[in-house]
Design a protein around this ligand. Sequence first.
Ligand code: GDP
Length: 242
Amino acid sequence: MSPFFISIDASWSVAPAAVRDAGFPSMSTAGDFSDAEFDNGRRLFAGEWSFLTAANSIGSLPRPDGLEVAFAGRSNVGKSSLINALTGRRALARISKTPGRTQELIFFAGPNRLVLVDLPGYGYAAAAKSKVKAWTRLIHDYLHCRSALARVYLLVDARHGLKTVDQAILDTLGQAAVSHEIVLTKCDQVSEAELAERGETVKAAMRTRPAAFPDLIATSARTGAGIPALRAAIARLVRERS
Ligand code: GDP
């Protein structure tokens, strides 16, 4: 059972010592991963990960091969840090930050033909309207046309919760009927009470969306908390789809 996996139906409860020791406040402990699944996740992400390609248009997407899991979220939500923490490779996250690359879909290839896709961050206030339109179009087209896409993890800053700009991508995910799940980031930055409140608010918002996966995973790239649960969730998906 994962201490960092928040079930939509769970009531909040006091976390075990391991959660507190990892720098988290106490929270729900309703995760449902077995030890074997945690181990599968650990092994999957301990494997070889490398930059595959970057695409700035639908025409330049790589040929689908295997399963894709994409990460979306506002600029600065902690997406690069999370991908870095998942794969344990700093160089991967740096690629996403390379100037010119921030507006592209970045593909990382891993074991078992699993591909992680870093979608361009949105909601950057200083971005020109024409650019915003182009990114929005690209993300929209990718989400609608990609048969290899198994799930999108929508990253939400635990300090701020869902923002108006997140609603647009949630609408697109719903329309495209793409399985998606919220991952709270930077959970080391909020108190126990804040995390509980944020979790409840996000859960309530997600209940109205049928394509949304009915759980949240709370993470901190800084402390590593919740990362094993996210790895286990992805490993489970790989097993289910292969
Ligand atoms: P991106 O723009 O979504 O790729 O976000 P980054 O991964 O670059 O992170 C944005 C900022 O948030 C950076 O200053 C990171 O150091 C910080 N950050 C990312 N993850 C965490 C986290 O789990 N905890 C804390 N405290 N800061 C984080």
